[in-house]
Design a binder for this molecule. Structure first.
Ligand code: NAD
Length: 347
């Protein structure tokens, strides 16, 4: 079905409030989820609600938390998300880190123990709003691993996303590169599984390590695994996310000695740079414009669309979905409304 984003926002905000979030928390989480849907990333939109409600009832997601600054050494900060909604605590961690980067030109923060922070590009956009360049390395712990390492036949780590964002210049809108280091995000398999769709080959392996097109293998008893992007290179990036945010950032890695249940805990190592302290902003704008035009003008290969830049697909999806509504499959809608009914909320 197609749902108007304002109507969807009202429903989800009411559900989160009924489940115990303060009005501010409910709004921040809903803004984030609905924007993910609007951006074309249904994997990180309102379809996450049933998992959040399960973790809430199990005491694994804590309501109405604020990020705690564990330590600050100059421009290096460590935050604890207190297992609160990641959409809230990661946003607060970014607010603090942005303030430091604006004072010093460079800041680094390690956020630990945040419940699912959602679409990482949201934080790239938050930093771009402040005129800063940002790099984010994220790992996912607290539950079973999902992605097989290059050459491996079973899952050993999460979908560990990376985001690199550049703020707007006079000539070019912001460039937001934001992706999971697995060929598909688990949420995309959830959406496919819920809609009874098969996946292309080469994205997932089954419990025996063999290629499969059935997204359902990720929910079987002895589960299959997602495959990394870019063979050894994507595996290497994912491992670095794990080690940067989990080991060096102190959030913990997904190695089996650390506790696992069904929670979704993200740790995120962020580096913020004020570009104006490195290079003249007119020069940056001119070079970016010339370089972006240069790549865009590469003639498309046969059967391919025009070259675009990271961030363009999300802008286009927002334009389309704001007008046409957000498509939600029946099974995902059933799961969300079932969760809502428990709190007496109806769409
Ligand atoms: P994806 O495969 O759709 O890739 C998205 C990125 O690629 C964006 O930067 C987009 O602008 C760019 N892009 C897409 N098509 C392009 C093209 N033709 N040319 C140039 N650039 C193009 O995204 P994904 O890997 O499915 O990840 C989806 C979302 O899931 C992300 O927002 C990510 O942060 C989020 N995620 C979160 C977690 C978590 O634990 N919180 C884990 C995994 C993924």
């Amino acid at each position: 079905m197609q749902i108007d984003h304002n109507e969807l926002h009202k429903f989800i905000e009411a559900l989160l409030t009924a489940a115990g979030s303060s009005p501010t928390e409910a709004k921040i989480v809903t803004d984030h989820l609905v924007l993910a849907n609007l951006s074309g990333h249904d994997s990180h939109g309102v379809g996450m609600i049933p998992a959040y409600m399960t973790n809430l009832k199990a005491g694994l997601l804590h309501l109405n938390q604020h990020v705690e600054t564990v330590q600050q050494n100059g421009s290096m900060l460590v935050f604890d998300g207190r297992a609160g909604y990641g959409q809230v605590v990661a946003r607060e961690a970014m607010e603090h880190t942005i303030k430091v980067a604006q004072e010093t030109g460079l800041a680094l923060s390690a956020l630990r123990n945040a419940h699912h922070i959602g679409r990482v590009g949201t934080y790239g956009e938050q930093c771009a709003d402040a005129g800063l360049v940002s790099l984010h390395f994220v790992n996912v712990t607290g539950h079973r691993p999902l992605v097989a390492p290059h050459r491996g036949s079973d899952a050993r780590y999460g979908t560990n996303p990376i985001c690199i964002s550049l703020p707007d210049t006079a000539e070019e809108p912001r460039i937001i590169l934001d992706f999971a280091t697995s060929k598909v995000a688990l949420g995309k398999l959830r959406v496919a599984n819920n809609s009874g769709k098969k996946f292309a080959e080469g994205l997932v392996i089954d419990k025996h390590g063999n290629p499969t097109t059935d997204p359902g293998v990720m929910w079987e008893e002895k589960v299959g695994a997602l495959l990394p992007i870019g063979e050894h290179k994507g595996y290497g990036l994912a491992l670095m996310c794990e080690l940067l945010s989990g080991a060096i950032g102190g959030g913990g890695t997904i190695q089996p000695g650390n506790h696992r249940d069904t929670r979704i805990i993200n740790s995120m190592l962020t580096i913020l740079i004020d570009p104006a302290r490195l290079t003249d902003t007119n020069y940056i704008g001119g070079e970016m414009k010339a370089m972006c035009d240069y790549v865009r003008q590469s003639p498309p290969r046969e059967g391919q669309d025009n070259v675009i830049l990271p961030g363009d697909p999300e802008r286009e999806q927002r334009r389309l979905r704001r007008t046409n509504g957000i498509e939600i499959d029946n099974e995902t809608w059933r799961q969300i409304t079932e969760a809502a009914e428990e709190y007496g909320v109806r769409p």
